[in-house]
Ligand binder design. Structure first.
Ligand SMILES: C[S@@+](CC[C@H](N)C(=O)[O-])C[C@H]1O[C@@H](n2cnc3c(N)ncnc32)[C@H](O)[C@@H]1O
Length: 371
């Protein structure tokens, strides 16, 4: 009988403890970064891993989580930042969710697996060949979109991104492509650079960028805009006035001692939807879809030899609807690229609420579609 009461008391306590776990989950401020004493943090993770009883291991992890969530209660020295010491900054919400994962496991083996993973994430950096994403801390990159449907509600209008150019793309596109497919210091080539959106993003992300644009007036404005963006990584961002079908890419790269680039971004005219100029070399002046595709192919041929092997080419284009017929420019252009021995990695559809074409006309737009 006494035994039973004891058992019941223990059970009650455990339940109370579990409720406390839940409370902590709800009330802990989990935003921002946790800056930790790296050595001490790793030491604690190792101490946890050395524990052979799951309940005791969880107890220690529970304490650790409490310190991260409520830093004032730190008696372990995890947050004791010695001025000469090595620190590590982890996203607090991700760290707490990693610790929660350990608290929820059923076996000690699993707990140790997660502890080791956390330790590796703090001590090592593992990237792939095309980006700086630390795969050991992949959970911290939820700003990178990996879906094939992008639903974006607003254009990024910060800094030099003024969005004045009719026919520009939203900065989020080059931003995402560069984060995913380039490393800091890599070179990006945009043969239809227009108002310079790609180059502004290059400056923000520390990538070197070369943009080519046929329309000399736009080149001047793009240069001005790009210069407005802070160049905190001291990268090269050059806008060149030329026809991308014939521009001397080798000569341009030679100037910087480069032989190849690591990312191609192309945002060509959507055939004749917008008249970018009256210049016959302008793709928007093509006399037919076939001619447009031929000109587009010439640009691809001119720049492809300068894309490093195994690197990416992002093509951004919309379709056309004219005289009751859908003209899938996107698929046509994609085929032009595929004829040239590229491997297709993905097709992304972007839905954007506030496009310039739809601005203040959403209802009219819908009515036209239903008609
Ligand atoms: C869709 S816009 C690109 C906009 C750009 N992404 C931006 O955000 O501003 C296409 C651009 O290609 C340029 N263009 C057309 N034919 C070209 C050619 N043969 N060589 C270089 N640029 C060309 C047009 O002048 C236009 O600025």
């Amino acid at each position: 009988m006494v035994e039973w009461v004891k058992e019941k008391t223990m059970k009650t306590n455990r339940r109370a403890e579990l409720n406390f776990f839940e409370d902590l989950k709800v009330t802990a401020p989990t935003f921002g970064a946790a800056i930790l004493n790296k050595e001490r943090f790793v030491e604690i993770l190792k101490e946890c891993s050395a524990i052979t009883e799951l309940a005791l291991l969880k107890n220690k992890v529970f304490t650790l989580r409490g310190i991260i969530a409520f830093p004032r209660g730190d008696r372990e020295g995890v947050l004791n930042i010695d001025s000469n010491g090595d620190t590590v900054s982890l996203r607090k919400d991700v760290l707490i969710s990693e610790l929660n994962q350990i608290l929820e496991v059923q076996t000690i083996g699993r707990a140790k697996y997660y502890l080791k993973r956390l330790e590796d994430g703090v001590q090592r950096i593992k990237t792939n060949k095309v980006s700086d994403i630390n795969l050991l801390r992949w959970k911290e990159y939820d700003d990178i979109i990996t879906d094939s449907l992008w639903v974006l509600d607003k254009r990024d209008t910060s800094g030099a991104h003024l969005g004045w150019y009719w026919g520009n793309f939203i900065p989020q596109i080059p931003h995402q492509m560069m984060l995913r497919y380039t490393k800091k210091g890599d070179w990006v080539l945009d043969p239809f650079v227009g108002s310079g959106t790609t180059l502004i993003e290059c400056r923000r992300l520390g990538r070197n960028g070369i943009g080519i644009e046929l329309n000399a007036d736009i080149v001047g404005k793009a240069k001005e805009l790009v210069e407005k963006e802070l160049n905190k990584y001291d990268v090269t961002t050059e806008v060149i006035a030329d026809d991308s079908r014939a521009a001397n890419i080798k000569g341009i790269l030679d100037k910087y001692g480069m032989k190849q680039v690591q990312l191609l971004i192309m945002h060509p005219p959507y055939y004749d939807i917008i008249d970018f100029s009256k210049d016959r070399r302008d793709l928007s002046q093509a006399e037919s879809v076939d001619e447009f595709l031929e000109m587009f192919g010439e640009v691809v041929d001119n720049v492809t030899p300068f894309l490093e092997k195994g690197r990416y080419f992002a093509l951004v284009i919309g379709d056309k609807y004219s005289k009751g017929e859908w003209i899938p420019l996107g698929f046509y252009c994609m085929n032009e690229v595929l004829k040239r021995e590229y491997l297709l990695k993905s097709i992304i559809v972007k839905n954007f609420e506030e496009t310039r074409a739809k601005r203040n006309q959403k209802e009219l737009w819908r009515l036209m579609c239903l008609n």
